[in-house]
Structure formats: C-alpha cells, structure tokens
Design a binder for this molecule. Sequence first.
Ligand SMILES: *[C@@H]1O[C@H](CO)[C@@H](O)[C@H](O)[C@H]1NC(C)=O
Ligand SMILES: CC(=O)N[C@H]1CO[C@H](CO)[C@@H](O)[C@@H]1O
Length: 493
Amino acid sequence: MASIGLCGLAVMGQNLALNIADKGFSISVYNRTYAKTEAAVARAKKEKLDDKLHGYENFKDFVHSLAKPRRVIMLVQAGKPVDATIEGLLEFMEKDDIIIDGGNEWYENTERRQKYVGDKGVRYMAMGVSGGEEGARRGPSLMPGGTQEAYKYIEEIVKKVAAQVDDGPCVTYIGEGGAGNFVKMVHNGIEYGDMQLISEAYDVLKTVGGLTNPELEQAFNDWNKTELNSFLIEITALIFGKKDDQGEGFLLDKVLDKTGMKGTGKWTVQQAAELSVAAPTIEAALDGRFLSGLKDERKQAAKFYQTKHGLKEPEPLKGVDKAKLVDMVRQALYAAKICSYSQGMNIIRAKSIEKGWNINMGSLARIWKGGCIIRAGFLDDIKQAYERNLELHNLLVDPYFGEKVAERQEAWREVIKLAITAGVAVPGLSISLAYFDAYRRDRLPANLVQAQRDFFGSHTYERVDKPADQWFHTVWDENFGSADSITTSGYKS
Ligand SMILES: *[C@@H]1O[C@H](CO)[C@@H](O)[C@H](O)[C@H]1NC(C)=O
Ligand SMILES: CC(=O)N[C@H]1CO[C@H](CO)[C@@H](O)[C@@H]1O
C-alpha cells in the first residue's frame, strides 16, 4: 500500500510527486489524461524512483492503492477542476481519509469543500505550496491549513518533503479552515511587492544611472551578499547576464514589457481593503501590472507627449556616480521591502484575528526562509522581530528594523528624488516611503478630512483636547448649516 497519493500531474504535481518518492515515501499518482501519468512514471524511472512511484489509470485503482487513512494531495487548477477531482475521489474514499488541496485556491472555496466532504466523514485540508518547479522537486515551502487533527497524519511526510533550513523544515501547521490558502495568497502578494520594487530599482539604475546589463548583474550579485540576500535578487542577477539566443545583445532587452498574472495578487489587495489594512506597496505592484498591460496605449501616449509637447523618454541624468547610486538604491530597496512585508504580515494578522486562526507570525517568517519565491536572508530577522514581540503591530517599530530604516531613509528619499527628476515612475519605492512617513507621524492632515465630513454630512468629530469617544458637531458656516444651532456636542455610541 502506498503512503500517499497525488492527483494532477502538471509541472508542479509531477515535481512534488518525485520529491515525495525521493524522500522515501511510496506514492501513487493519477491524472485524468493517462499520458500524463505515464510521463510521470517514465520520469520516475529515469530518476531511479520507480520502486516508489506508481501510476494508476482510474480513481478506483488509485484510491484503493493507498494505505488508510488515505492521504491524497491534489495539484489541479483552482475552481471547477478541484470540485471534479473531489467527486472522483469521494466515490471510493472512506471515513477519516484526507484530501489535501495544494493549489492556489480561494480560501472560502476550501471552507465550503471542508463542510461538503466533512459531511461524508472525509477530512479536507488546503496547503499552500511555493517554490515553483525547482522548489516542488527539491523542497518547497509548505503552508498547510485545516483541522490540526488531520495535520498529524501528514506531518511526517510534509516535514521531510519541505525545504530544510538551519532552524528546521519549511512547514508548520498554519490554522483551521482555509488558513493555508490565505497565507499562500498573501505570500504571493508579498512576492508581487518584491518584484515591483526590484523592477523599480532596475529602472532607476538603468534609466537614471545608465548602468549596462553587465553592471546590473555585478550590482545584484554584490547585493546578494548584503541585507538584500534573497532568491529574487539572485535570479535577477542571472537574468541580467543572459545573452539573447535568437540575436544580438541581452535577452532581457528583448522581453516585452507586459506582465501577466493569475489572481492571487489581486485577491491580496481585495482582502487588504476588506480588512481595512493599508497595503499600498502591494497595491502599487498590482497597479504596475495593470499599467504594464496597456502597452498600446502607453506607446501612443509616449508619442503624443513627445511630438506634441516635447516630453522625451527618460534618459540618464548627467554626472551620476554609478557606484554611489547602486549603494543608495540598495538602501531604498531594503527599506521599502520592510514596509511591504509589514503590510503583508498585517493582512494575515488581521485575518487571523477575524477568523480566530491564531497564526504565529514568527513561524510564518521561518517557513518562508527556504523553498519559496520570497525566501530571503532577512526573513530570519522578521522571525526574530515577532519572537521579541508576538503582538508586534508593524515591523517598522521593531527595534532592529526601526534602526535599519532610520539609517536608510536619507538614501531612500534621494533615490526617489532622482527618479522623479528624470521622469521615472517608482510607485512602489515612493508609496512605501509615504507609508513610512505617514505611519511614523503623530499628527496627520486627517483632522481636515474629518472637519469636511462634519461640514457636509454632520458626521461629527472628536477633539484633541477632550476624552476619546466624545463626539462633536459644528455648523461650520451658517449659510450651509441650520440657522439656529451654532455648536452642538454630545455622545455617540
Ligand atoms: C546568493 O546568496 C545565496 C545565499 O547566501 C547563495 O547560496 C547563492 O549562491 C548566491 N548567489 C550568487 C549568484 O552569488
Ligand atoms: C486530476 C487531473 O486530471 N489533473 C490534470 C491532468 O493533466 C491535465 C493536462 O496537464 C490537466 O489539465 C489536469 O488538470
């Protein structure tokens, strides 16, 4: 009998199945298209794992090949294909068996399915899987959610299959319900933020500083040895070095500037709004992708401003010290990243409170240290920040990160000034600075907004010199308000 089964043998599924076999667990695999199953079996043979991995042609044989309680990971496209796979499995599964969805599913779909299969005595989990193909094969970061009791039955396997870092495997039980999906969704939102910020750093260095691709490659390789040490910085250096295989020059310069997306970033921003959590850096990343999609419109607008108004495409500023610029951009990028991660963590924290998931933020940072796309040296510092203070409201007020940001804020401002002067948009870097500047200020101009709200809508306001929760309304101008009452005050529940 096999220890575990895996359904859905597209790229991620196939790699995860081989990883599981590689860690010594016997695994059954199934795909609706049998050719896919055969391909997985053939690959297992090539990697000398065919004693551990066996393919099945239908749900019945597949399910019956598994030891009880049966454990099946699904890696199929979110939405309808997941429902269809569940139906196929349920026909042969029994009480106490466990289905684990490893896809990027919307967390409420998971909670609906938990109820549905739960009525039949089958247990249901959703596990975020990050790391791309390579991560799935060598060791991903895993974010399992669902009942803790079901987790016990997969714990041994997922701990061996996950990426291993200095403080253990990159997996931990996340929480009840769809917590695993939710955390993976925000992980992807943070990934959007990181990629946007890195692309802006590239734009500043290239367009404002005039750095060539080899110079960019060198800068990013150097950065990988600093506080920016991370998977994304590392692969970006490799991208800068890649020559075009179909012509002259570097491949990156031939890639169309139009970004695709699959939805988790948009969900993250929607959830931030639902939870009233400010997440401007992640939003800027999403907006960046929307704007990038308007390639034709941008082309026309560029032509319009050039020919009608003499506004040229941005070009390198004169007299820029390249080495100094690289150093400043490194600082700006790091400071903005702290803002972006704070926003992501706060979305998760707010949801965890709303849903009673009781998510441990420190252990989240820990399981992102390896395997996943946002893996980075500084996640260990984030882990420590939450260990210092479990209730930390924002990384910006952690003593360690506070010092790092304060040291870098001058360079951060300088980089944004240079970009704005050259006409290079840096929405992620600049909105992150605005987030920092707003968050650290005792008094904001919100008093004026509140006064306006009271003026036109009698929404009332609190006073700085009176106890909180005491509400006032003023007729700000007699021509607009009722004639007889000048100022009224009172309590509002
Ligand atoms: C970047 O840093 C990581 C971790 O320190 C290291 O494993 C990797 O080899 C580095 N990459 C490059 C291109 O230097
Ligand atoms: C469960 C299942 O049938 N999964 C996949 C099998 O392979 C095709 C093609 O790659 C996918 O589209 C299915 O989702």
